[in-house]
Design a protein around this ligand. Structure first.
Ligand SMILES: Cc1cc2nc3c(=O)[nH]c(=O)nc-3n(C[C@H](O)[C@H](O)[C@H](O)COP(=O)(O)O)c2cc1C
Length: 207
């Protein structure tokens, strides 16, 4: 359970009209936890044949346009998102007894945004983004390392450009739900649903 005082109290009966500052407050508090990867989130997508799948990715930025992560656009998740432009995201910060769920339309980040993030990564991560055909079968560790060496030789002494199939996705905040655990399962939940005019309808939900 939570070992530290929570500094932000969301008033579930009188929630603010904008969920972004709420998410920021919860995210910032999670970042203070003595835990790695508090920006990890579970990303659910649907394949072309309608099968759902989920995996962990890291949140790299967010604002009122949505949540951004980076990946290989030819991976299983990438192919799913290129077909169905929607995703669901889940954060669970157990130590804070909090959960956040998002679902929304998915778009590519701009090339400039993807380039800027790619440039900020360590060179070996840049190499690996080229070398790994993410989600495809690979024969052995040796084959994977040979692919890395091939890419290192290809870009030796030169900056490594972003692979054309690698970049960011932004998941819009079409709906965002905040869940705060409470005693005996009488938890607090509110869901914000974005309207056509950009404002949100807020509803308290039964736990
Ligand atoms: C803590 C953690 C963070 C991860 N972050 C990312 C990420 O930001 N981007 C990514 O492509 N994969 C990330 N992965 C790997 C994915 O979970 C997944 O294995 C990979 O993207 C392939 O998924 P797919 O085959 O469903 O496309 C992360 C895994 C873990 C455990």
């Amino acid at each position: 359970m939570n070992q530290r005082p929570m500094t932000y109290r969301l008033d579930f009966d009188h929630p603010p009209a904008d969920p972004v500052p709420v998410f920021k407050a919860w995210f910032d508090e999670a970042e203070l936890l003595p835990l790695p990867n508090t920006n990890a989130m579970y990303l659910a997508t649907v394949d072309a044949d309608g099968r759902p799948s989920a995996r962990t990715v890291l949140l790299k930025s967010f604002d009122d346009r949505g949540l951004v992560f980076f990946t290989n656009r030819r991976s299983r998740k990438g192919l799913g998102l290129e077909t169905h432009h929607r995703a669901a995201i889940l954060f669970h910060w157990d130590a804070l007894d909090r959960q956040v769920r998002v679902d929304g339309a998915v778009t590519h980040t701009s090339d400039e945004e993807s380039d800027a993030y790619f440039r900020s990564r360590p060179r070996p991560s840049q190499v690996n983004a080229w070398a790994s055909e993410q989600s495809m079968p690979v024969k052995s560790r040796e084959a994977l390392e040979a692919a890395v060496q091939h890419i290192e030789a290809r870009f030796a002494g030169a900056p490594i450009p972003r692979p054309p199939h690698w970049g960011g996705y932004r998941v819009a905040l079409d709906a965002i739900e905040f869940w705060q655990g409470d005693k005996f399962r009488l938890h607090d939940r509110i869901r914000y649903t974005r309207q056509d005019d950009g404002t949100f309808v807020v509803q308290r939900l039964c736990p």
